[in-house]
Design a protein around this ligand. Structure first.
Ligand code: ZN
Length: 220
């Protein structure tokens, strides 16, 4: 069943998700039906809206979203469409970071770095340093950051468990992560902040690729 918001806040949140999906699709960062975006409902941090599974992100409407429990990822209203297959990763980020918005896309440069640096069966991290754009990530020390790259397990809940463990162990880490051979996830206090951080990280990955230096990868 399509999403029918019962409140003005729900309507506004669904509109923000569909507007952002379209914008990121038009940049080529959500090809096909890939990618997913979620945002906590204002005034109710326990619930979030997330894009429904398998929808074309270039023509997403406000009805193509699902209301879920932000901390578990379970659908919170009966009879809804299926939420994104990667909802459990969003829930892991919400549980550990307190973020209000999460974006996951397949932007090309982040995906190339995730492909080159990632391992099949272990969490690694890739060093990003010196570039001015690091200042856009809100880090305590913007001189460098170690961007984690998670194995792209077929069982998404296993990825979510890895993500929750890592974020809990490194609370000073960057507001984003890579999935090996797959894509990038970022988060923030608002959809705008998560999108800004996504743009900074995609651009930093572009600089890493274009500078053609060896990637500095370590076991996390
Ligand atoms: Zn994906």
């Amino acid at each position: 069943m399509s999403y029918l918001p019962s409140t003005a806040a729900g309507k506004r949140t669904a509109q923000q998700l569909s507007d952002t999906s379209r914008a990121l699709y038009e940049r080529g960062w959500m090809p096909g039906t890939s990618g997913n975006i979620s945002l906590r409902l204002p005034g109710d941090s326990g619930r979030a809206l997330i894009t429904a599974s398998g929808r074309d992100k270039g023509s997403l409407s406000t009805r193509d979203v699902v209301e879920v429990d932000a901390l578990t990822g379970r659908a919170s209203l009966p009879g809804q469409d299926r939420p994104s297959a990667e909802t459990s990763i969003h829930a892991a980020v919400y549980r550990v970071t307190g973020a209000r918005a999460v974006i996951h896309v397949h932007s090309p440069y982040a995906t190339v770095v995730a492909h080159r640096a990632g391992a099949l069966d272990a969490v690694v991290s890739v060093r990003v340093e010196r570039f001015e754009l690091l200042k856009g990530l809100g880090l305590k020390d913007p001189a460098f950051t170690d961007l984690p790259v998670f194995p792209n397990w077929p069982d998404v809940d296993r990825i979510a468990d890895d993500v929750a463990d890592r974020l809990a162990a490194d609370r000073e880490g960057p507001p984003g992560l890579l999935l090996a051979d797959h894509g990038i996830t970022t988060w923030g206090d608002s959809l705008g902040q998560a999108k800004n951080r996504l743009e900074c990280l995609e651009s930093l990955c572009q600089l890493l690729v274009l500078s053609r230096t060896e990637l500095h990868v370590s076991r996390a």
